[in-house]
Design a protein around this ligand. Structure first.
Ligand code: GTP
Length: 360
């Protein structure tokens, strides 16, 4: 086994390498992390997971995977908002506690929310208490190649102008496009994921499009279902915290004076439902709702009567992927809860009512 300059777990006092995994909503971050945990090559990994929306779906999926590299105790969920805005209150204390624990991990993997700016998180690794003990092994940005090919991140100038005319508070050009570029700008490695959904020419076009969205030239690799060997993803040995000045986000460039970044352009809410008897009809109605209201992401678990397993429902754009992920545990309350994420003008009442009607 080879170790990076930062990653030699056998060297006493060596800094613990931390890999930051970012990428827009539904790009495949959790899927890739699951793959890392299942192929960790003996490393003990601590996982910090941050989600947008009040439902810890990713943590729950990963806790259910039972990989030896990462016990449930080593999975820490940060649920008080996006990690980029809660660095001081949430991330730093979490890291400090993690570092004080007995049996320190060989590697730390941090999954940002799909709406997080990675830059403030990377900067946090320069805080004195953290810097002496941990280093950013690398920032990996996962890209939904199918969404890029479908134009999800292309600027629709008419739509953006209309939105800004309606709402003076919108200071960004296009929140989705900006975030996409900020996440690419932070990357040491870009994983063009979901290549199974495109042909060779489509992948090539995505590669060109992604390259044109960042002035830096990080390495790009292709993947389907996040299947990249852990040995490629872990051990990059970059020390990214020393290079943050070269990876400024749009927000940092626009507000050097220090205006706070926020997520006002996005909204999320949780819908709680009863058991879902006809899952086929429900999923097909969800597809229509997601499309009609331009929902960016929908995910959660459903209680299907008569089934011992819980149904994991994942929607990224109009692609919906339902599957039974694990058995309901003894004593666990079987319930159906979905988190819905969209742009700030998402009509929550209408979407909520439509989902409730779909479940009836
Ligand atoms: N076809 C296809 N589907 C994929 C691939 N990778 C992930 N998915 C699916 O895409 C959906 C979202 O995957 P996740 O891994 O949860 O994405 P994420 O980036 O963690 O999502 P958020 O944390 O909500 O931003 C799930 O239904 C996955 O099964 C891929 O390479 N190909």
């Amino acid at each position: 086994m080879t170790f990076s300059k930062t990653g030699d777990r056998k060297t006493p006092g060596a800094k613990i390498p931390a890999t930051v995994i970012t990428g827009f909503l539904g790009a495949g971050k959790t899927t890739m992390i699951r793959n890392i945990l299942e192929n960790a090559d003996g490393r003990r990994i601590a996982l910090i997971i941050n989600e947008f929306g009040d439902l810890g779906v990713d943590g729950d999926v990963l806790k259910g995977c039972g990989a030896e590299a990462c016990s449930e105790d080593d999975i820490i969920e940060l649920t008080n908002g996006c990690i980029c805005c809660t660095v001081a209150d949430d991330f730093i204390p979490t890291m400090t506690r993690l570092l004080e624990r007995e049996g320190r991990p060989d590697h730390i993997v941090i999954e940002t929310s799909g709406l997080a700016l990675p830059q403030p998180l990377i900067a946090a690794f320069n805080w004195p208490d953290i810097r002496t003990q941990v280093t950013v092994d690398g920032v990996i940005t996962v890209v939904d190649s199918a969404a890029v090919a479908a134009g999800r991140f292309a600027d629709d100038h008419d739509k953006v102008d209309a939105a800004r005319a309606e709402d003076d508070n919108l200071d960004h050009e296009s929140p989705i496009e900006e975030l996409f570029e900020d996440q690419l700008t932070a990357a040491d490695l870009i994983v063009l994921n979901k290549t199974d959904l495109l042909d060779a020419a489509g992948i090539e076009a995505v590669r060109r499009e992604v390259a044109s969205r960042t002035t830096r030239k990080p390495m790009m690799i292709e993947a389907a279902n996040g299947a990249v060997p852990a040995s490629v993803l872990l051990g990059l040995g970059v020390g990214t915290e020393d290079d943050i000045a070269n990876r400024k986000s749009h927000h940092e460039m626009e507000h050097e004076a220090g205006e706070e970044h926020d997520h006002d352009e996005f909204a999320s809410f949780v819908v709680e439902l009863g058991p879902i008897a006809d899952t086929t009809a429900f999923v097909s109605r969800l597809k229509e709702i997601v499309s009609a209201h331009d929902v960016l992401r929908l995910k959660g678990f459903a209680d299907v009567p008569g089934k011992p397993m819980r149904l994991l429902i994942q929607a990224v754009g109009t692609r919906i992927d339902p599957y039974f992920d694990r058995a309901w545990a003894a004593g666990e309350v079987r319930r159906t809860r979905l988190v819905v994420i969209g742009l700030h003008d998402l009509d929550e009442a209408a979407v909520r009512a439509a989902i409730v009607a779909a479940a009836a």
